[in-house]
Ligand binder design. Structure first.
Ligand code: GLC
Ligand code: CA
Length: 532
């Protein structure tokens, strides 16, 4: 049984905003905080009740804000501290929570801690980062190349698990822990409701076993960050790999006072070796992973996070669905499959209009540091043509093009040329056009969110799987206090689906001609039945 505290969190529906690309309020081609305020009514209409904002702190922007140079101030391009305060109060007025992105693993090399640290081996900040006379091991940066960079000023090497300009903080230094506690205190005092914690599993390194994550003090450090806060109020979600349920429990069991929940990536990776190479991922394998984690979290009273997309992976619909002639059907199917399960839905901006991947014929159209670094490496390995194909498929920029509000110049995102090219399909896929369509993804999302909010079965109910592993669909029930909701998500091929029990009345579906239950389900057809 979920505790009352977790029941309260289980009612959240989070919308993730990539501020640089959401809405530009002052015509400089860059999304900003006031741009978010302008769209709060839009988000309210969609029905979400929390927003996670990717980093908006001061930053030189080598990794679009994940390289922070001041945790206490807002990036000039995004606005001011007053803007964020206004955003918090305007959101709260609409009962929308604000979740900030906390980046505890590394800072920008422009951060004053690093600037001081590199000066000498014996100043206050010297041990804020990992410094060695020689690279301590053969760790690689996530963005390509060695994770160790030589710094002439100090005549030593420092660790950067990501870009060269993102130096890993040394959490084994108690002063670092204290500094990050202050950051958390500062933002909670300003009224933020929670934190999404960037690569938090890396704050303790396991040098002994050669892993830059899951070190011996990980739990101690996470507890130090959040344990002092009222965890009934503060929502925290870690970007954090949990290999198994024991690890998940160690992070997210209520009594541990660490994290409320985690982002688990099994269903995103599906055993892929690289996100740049298409794999025959299938909805079936995603289904099986979702079933596994639903059951495990259920049995352990844990909250799960329900997401198919974020700013780090190309759109799920383009990788696993049909983003062409069955785009509407696929978008709605994916939403139904994730957001009728138990856990906390996270919707990435643009998902609610069925945004798909872009395609560009030159690397000049890309901005992401990971894509640019890897393009060089792939070009050497496979030639430029193949490298561009890989980048087009897997680039994080696929999720970072400006939100397409309409089909006008600059897609209604800005009055000036945006910092990154528009989505190459913005004329076809944009909010205005979607809303005018008979097949509106936005409308489906709105209905699905409303259904979820009003259904204790979907929010808290027991989960029982009706489909078999060999089936080309996912069918399950959610039962609470004697009432049952039945969800059927058919995959790419038509299926004959006969259910053992009464299915109730049709509450939602993505084929408008479906009335009640009939056995034939068409490609990507989703239907939700219940007694409500
Ligand atoms: C996380 C973020 C990603 C960022 C990286 C380094 O994975 O989601 O966008 O590049 O951490 O901060
Ligand atoms: Ca702007």
């Amino acid at each position: 049984m979920l505790s009352e505290k977790y029941k309260q969190f289980a009612q959240m529906i989070v919308y993730q905003i990539y501020p640089r690309s959401f809405n530009d309020s002052n015509g400089d081609g860059i999304g900003d905080i006031r741009g978010i305020i302008e769209k709060l009514e839009y988000l309210n209409e969609l029905g979400i009740n929390a927003i996670w904002i990717c980093p908006c702190y001061k930053s030189p922007n080598d990794d679009n804000g994940y390289d922070i140079s001041d945790y206490y101030d807002i990036m000039d391009e995004f606005g001011t501290l007053d803007d964020i305060k206004e955003l918090i109060s305007e959101a709260h007025r609409r009962e929308i929570k604000i979740i900030m992105d906390l980046v505890p693993n590394h800072t920008s090399t422009q951060h004053k801690w690093f600037i001081e640290s590199k000066k000498s081996k014996d100043n206050y900040y010297s041990d804020f980062y990992y410094w060695f006379d020689e690279p301590a091991n053969d760790w690689k940066s996530e963005f390509g190349g060695s994770a160790w960079e030589y710094c002439a000023e100090r005549n030593q090497y420092y660790l950067h698990s990501y870009a060269v300009s993102q130096a890993d903080l040394n959490w084994d230094n108690p002063k670092v822990v204290e500094e990050m506690q202050k950051v958390v205190d500062y933002w909670t005092a300003l009224g933020v409701d929670g934190f999404r914690c960037d690569v938090i599993d890396q704050i303790s390194k396991d040098f002994e076993n050669g892993r830059n994550c899951f070190g011996p003090n990980l739990h101690k450090y996470i507890n130090a960050l959040f344990g002092r806060h009222e965890t009934e109020k503060l929502f925290t979600v870690g970007e954090c790999w949990a290999e198994d349920i024991e690890e998940f429990c160690r992070h997210a069991k209520e009594e541990r006072k660490e994290l409320t929940t985690l982002f688990q990536f099994d269903h995103i990776d599906c055993g892929r070796e690289s996100k740049f190479v298409p794999k025959n991922d299938s909805l079936k394998s995603v289904r099986d992973i979702l079933i596994k984690w639903q059951k495990l979290c259920y049995d352990n009273d844990l909250l799960y996070t329900l997401f198919s997309d974020n700013h780090d992976h190309s759109p799920f619909i383009s990788r696993i669905g049909n983003d062409r002639e069955l785009r509407y059907e696929s978008a709605c199917l994916i939403a139904t499959m994730f957001y009728t399960l138990r856990g906390i839905p996270f919707i990435y901006q643009g998902q609610e209009i069925g945004t798909a991947s872009s395609h560009y014929d030159s690397i000049d159209h890309f901005r992401d540091v990971e894509s640019l670094n890897l393009y060089k490496i792939f070009s050497e390995q496979y030639g430029e043509e193949k490298a561009l194909e890989m980048i087009n498929f897997g680039s994080r920029d696929n999720e970072r093009h400006p939100f397409s509000w309409n089909g006008g110049k600059y897609a209604g995102f800005s009055t000036a040329e945006p910092w990154i090219p528009l989505n190459s399909r913005f004329n076809e896929i944009n909010l205005e056009r979607d809303m005018l369509s008979q097949k509106s993804v936005f409308k489906y999302y709105k209905d699905l969110i409303a259904l979820r909010k009003n259904s204790p079965e979907i929010l808290f109910g027991d989960f029982e799987v009706l489909s078999k592993p060999q089936d080309n669909y996912f069918a399950f029930t959610r039962t609470y206090e004697g009432k049952t909701v039945t969800v059927i998500c058919n995959f790419e091929r038509p299926s004959q689906i006969a259910l053992p029990s009464r299915e109730g009345k049709l509450l939602l579906g993505n084929y408008s001609d479906r009335k009640g239950f009939s056995e034939l389900f068409r490609p990507y057809e989703a239907a939700v039945y219940g007694d409500i």
